[in-house]
Write a protein that binds this ligand. Structure first.
Ligand code: NAD
Length: 484
């Protein structure tokens, strides 16, 4: 399904999206055959100049959408999946080029994951209870217009994932993407709207802002027509959304620890940790961020990691790396200030910047540190993994709990001791806990279960799906309709 496109063609497409090609030029012949007007409310396939325009268009679209059947929602979601598949190569390249974060080949896999494993309307099952006094059913209803504020780290993945979930719930959505990834997000919104229109749906079910800013995000948070906020990002944006007085699905930061004990399969652990901690250059919130290993197996684990694409640095090189990666060291066991310039960059480029030349096939920089080191306590969002040796598994679990900062996001353990696996699962108390796999197995990447790019730990919604974006409505029929 994917198209291979040369660099100059990609640039030309980005240019066209930014410079707003005419609506007519963008619409396919099929789309113009639709009875529904293509564009209204001043928009252009969902891309608007200001918050009021976007919210008004979304409100009008919600009015239309309520007239459509549940079966139409299923058909529309399938059309969105097909349209997004056709763009995977392009959007993965655009995202890396625009945001300067991550790896193209990993973004391809992440986009495919979002397209294929975000559940559709089928998760909205009706609950029924019957008895002597009749029948009561609980159905899942839409909220209406939802605002979604999205990160630069998974720009298109979040738009694809949120659009499928939110529209499956019967809502409409107004996006405010991260300014660092606005062009690729505008393009994504354009593609999804086009797919909806082509199967006969109304325009503007999803809308976005052409040049989003923090002020616009804050205006959306307090807009009276917005019924629910979905916020995916760091601590500031989640805190701000919580102050809005609206219902919030808040997906905040993580600092996922990975613990390895003496019973682990070290070959598997070494392979999985390197792959997981370097996936998209570690900008995914649930990628492994610090490694805590029982000392009796630490050297063997290290060797397995070096065999699988990690490169270890020590001594003066570690000092150089600290200077490069942190703009402020806030001291032991505290989150330091991370240098944004190196977020999401390739491991070999980070090493080159401290004077170490390695082959580009190196995916991860491994550094052994003491447990107080700022790399352990800071979300670096880069392929640099601190390794801490500890005397026993109980202490490893205790340290992991502290280093996770109580975010309740994600944690991983490699072990074959069932008792200790259960102990860590209970103690760490995260939305996602992965045993003997990569952290991303917890969002269905090499693991079972559905995916989401909005893991809402602070608000307790966990790995979100269409159910998250619906509200419960009950209907009771008294003294009738029990058939047994
Ligand atoms: P970010 O917080 O800088 O930005 C996220 C979004 O919030 C952007 O659209 C940004 O413009 C907006 N924003 C930021 N501060 C704001 C404020 N004060 N008021 C209003 N809007 C504001 O995050 P990022 O760099 O794009 O993404 C990385 C962060 O997001 C990491 O901390 C990562 O762990 C987290 N994240 C979490 C999840 C999850 O599912 N829990 C998913 C992806 C990213």
């Amino acid at each position: 399904m994917q198209m291979e496109l040369p660099e100059e063609k990609i640039r030309a497409i980005v240019e066209r999206v930014v410079n707003r090609i005419s609506t007519q030029e963008r619409l396919s012949p099929n789309a113009s055959a639709s009875a529904t007007p293509m564009v209204f409310g001043g928009g252009d396939l969902g891309v608007f100049e200001d918050v009021d325009e976007a919210v008004n268009a979304s409100t009008a679209a919600f009015g239309h959408f309520q007239e459509y059947s549940f079966d139409f929602r299923k058909k529309m979601i399938e059309a969105i999946r097909v349209a997004c598949h056709q763009q995977v190569d392009l959007i993965s390249r655009m995202a890396v080029e625009e945001s300067k974060l991550g790896r193209y080949e990993d973004k391809v896999q992440k986009n495919i994951l979002a397209i294929d494993k975000t559940p559709g309307p089928e998760v909205l099952l009706t609950k029924a209870v019957s008895g002597d006094q009749g029948l009561t059913i609980n159905e899942r209803a839409p909220f209406g217009v939802i605002a979604s504020i999205t990160p630069c780290t998974n720009p298109t993945e979040t738009i694809i994932n949120n659009s499928i979930s939110i529209l499956s719930g019967g809502n409409t959505v107004v996006y405010c993407p991260h300014p660092l990834a606005k062009n690729v997000c505008n393009y994504m919104v354009h593609v999804i709207n086009q797919a909806i229109i082509q199967v006969g749906g109304p325009p503007n079910l999803i809308t976005t802002l052409r040049a989003p800013t923090i002020d616009m995000a804050q205006n959306l948070m307090t807009h009276k027509k917005v019924k629910l906020l979905v916020v995916t990002g760091g601590p500031d944006v989640v805190r701000k959304a919580m102050m809005s007085g609206k219902k919030v699905v808040g997906a905040g930061p993580g600092n996922p620890p990975v613990v390895v004990d003496e019973t682990a399969d070290l070959a598997q652990a070494g392979r999985d940790i390197v792959k997981g901690a370097s996936l998209d250059n570690n900008i995914i919130c649930l990628d492994e961020k610090e490694l805590i290993v029982v000392s009796s197996v630490a050297d063997r684990l290290k060797q397995e990691m070096l065999n699988n694409g990690a490169y270890e640095i020590k001594g003066w090189q570690l000092k150089q790396l600290e200077k490069l990666m942190l703009t402020e060291d806030r001291g032991p066991r505290r989150h330091s200030v991370v240098n944004k310039e190196w977020v999401g960059k390739d491991a070999h480029k980070i090493l080159e910047a401290i004077g170490v030349q390695v082959d580009p096939s190196v995916r991860l920089v491994l550094v052994e540190t003491d447990e107080n080191h700022p790399f352990v306590w800071s979300e670096l969002l880069a392929p640099v993994l601190p390794l801490v040796r500890v005397s026993n598994v109980d202490y490893a679990i205790k340290l992991a709990k502290e280093a996770e900062h109580g975010f309740g996001h994600t944690a991983v353990m490699h072990s074959n001791n069932l008792e200790k696996l259960s102990q860590m699962a209970r103690t760490i108390n995260t939305s996602i806990f992965v045993k003997n796999g990569m952290a991303v197995a917890g969002i269905g990447f090499g693991g079972e279960g559905h995916t989401s790019f909005t893991i809402a730990s602070p608000t307790g919604d966990g790995v979100t799906n269409a159910w998250t974006f619906t509200r419960d409505r009950r209907c009771a029929i008294v003294e009738r309709f029990r058939i047994v």
